[in-house]
Design a binder for this molecule. Structure first.
Ligand code: HEM
Length: 342
């Protein structure tokens, strides 16, 4: 990840590796991820793995992830929003469950090739691996809350709606493209096609719209856009033990990091001129309000949900940077057959 600062397509706006946390500044060769519902078991297993690595490897860092949940049991991140809802789905059972829940406007299905590639380290047939992007993303929770408050005051709207214009969903997961108040929960049955082409309900810079345009990408065909999707498997850190340093251990799987994670991060999230054709019509959007790392990219916000005119109905406001990269690396997750033979 350190060596991927520049590309021909767009600049990566990550902080310089010298400013990352010390364990991530040098070479990192492997990541071992353990998870369990029981904290006790996890602790025992972590000790077993650490002891087993003694004399073989130097352990640079141990990160503790803990699922956070809202009172309804939905997984949330530290700013309080339901997370991990929208994912590419591969299994018939998962797709049938979505269909049963009435999801027909957005197609979450994905071919296995989106996430798996042939494992080159084994000759066994049907052995697949996946590329993993790991990013330790620190979240400034107090700063974010103050930012939402200031945005709400500037637009003359309530704070839940201001937050939803940043994320694209209300805290309970209700998509802001569907209505300007919460209560629907984390539904996934929407696109921006029908009533939100000009982004006056869910702004173009809202996190979920930057990261997945759901068929409304001005530069890519539907089919091409769908090949950019990633499988997110992040987990919050700083929950237990409670810590002033908190954030997301962002992890995503894909078959091609350049085509998927890097493209999303550089060409959409950190690109204030995406969607570019909006620049031509005077509607350049700013960077991703939630995770964008562009220092001077004020976004243009709809003054009134669903009613703003094309240009004059928008207000410039630079929503600050409350998510910071503290370190990370790219990895290859080998197949089970490879691991069994280690
Ligand atoms: C601390 C950092 C981050 C936070 C707090 C965060 C938060 C969220 C939330 C609340 C959602 C909505 C839930 C959902 O639709 O599943 C979401 C969706 C999403 N995020 Fe993030 N995210 C973070 C980092 C990232 C990064 C680094 C990427 C990739 C570059 C990313 C890509 C996505 C994608 C692709 C979606 C799904 C959008 C959709 O399909 O509608 N996120 N994120």
């Amino acid at each position: 990840m350190k060596h991927r600062t520049f590309s021909l397509i767009a600049r990566n706006r990550d902080p310089h590796p010298a400013d990352w946390e010390a364990p991530y500044q040098g070479e990192v060769h492997a990541l071992v991820s353990l998870s369990h519902d029981s904290e006790g078991t996890l602790e025992v297993k972590t000790r077993e793995v650490s002891d087993g690595l003694h004399g073989i490897a130097e352990i640079l860092a141990v990160e503790h992830g803990t699922a956070l949940r809202n009172p309804k049991g939905d997984p949330i991140e530290h700013f309080g929003y339901v997370d991990a809802r929208s994912q590419p789905l591969f299994l018939k059972g998962d797709l049938a469950a979505e269909k049963e829940a009435g999801v027909d406007a957005w197609d979450p299905s994905a071919p296995l090739g989106l996430v798996l590639i042939d494992d080159p380290f084994t000759n066994e047939e049907d052995s697949f691996g996946s590329f993993l992007v790991f990013r330790k993303l620190e979240q400034d929770v107090a700063g974010f809350a103050a930012g939402v408050q200031a945005l709400a005051a500037s637009l003359g709207i309530d704070e839940p709606l201001a937050g939803a214009l940043v994320v694209g969903r209300f805290k309970d997961g209700t998509p802001v493209t569907q209505r300007p108040w919460d209560g629907l929960g984390p539904v996934n049955n929407f696109t921006y096609r029908a009533q939100d082409r000009i982004g006056n309900r869910c702004p173009f810079h809202a996190h979920i719209r930057k990261a997945n345009q759901r068929g409304e990408n001005p530069l890519l065909s539907d089919a091409e856009e769908r090949t950019r999707r990633i499988v997110r498997r992040g987990i919050p850190y700083g929950v237990r033990p409670p810590s002033p340093d908190k954030g997301l251990l962002f992890m995503c799987f894909q078959s091609d990091i350049g085509r998927q994670f890097e493209f999303i991060q550089r060409s959409w999230v950190d690109n204030p001129n995406f969607p570019e054709f909006r620049l031509v019509s005077g509607l350049n959007t700013g960077d991703d309000a939630l995770i964008g790392q562009h220092p001077r990219a004020a976004q243009k916000w709809p003054r009134q949900w669903g009613k703003s005119g094309r240009v004059l109905g928008r207000r410039r406001f630079n929503f600050g940077d409350y998510v910071h990269l503290r370190g990370g690396e790219y990895f290859f997750t080998p197949s089970l057959s490879f691991l069994k033979n280690v």
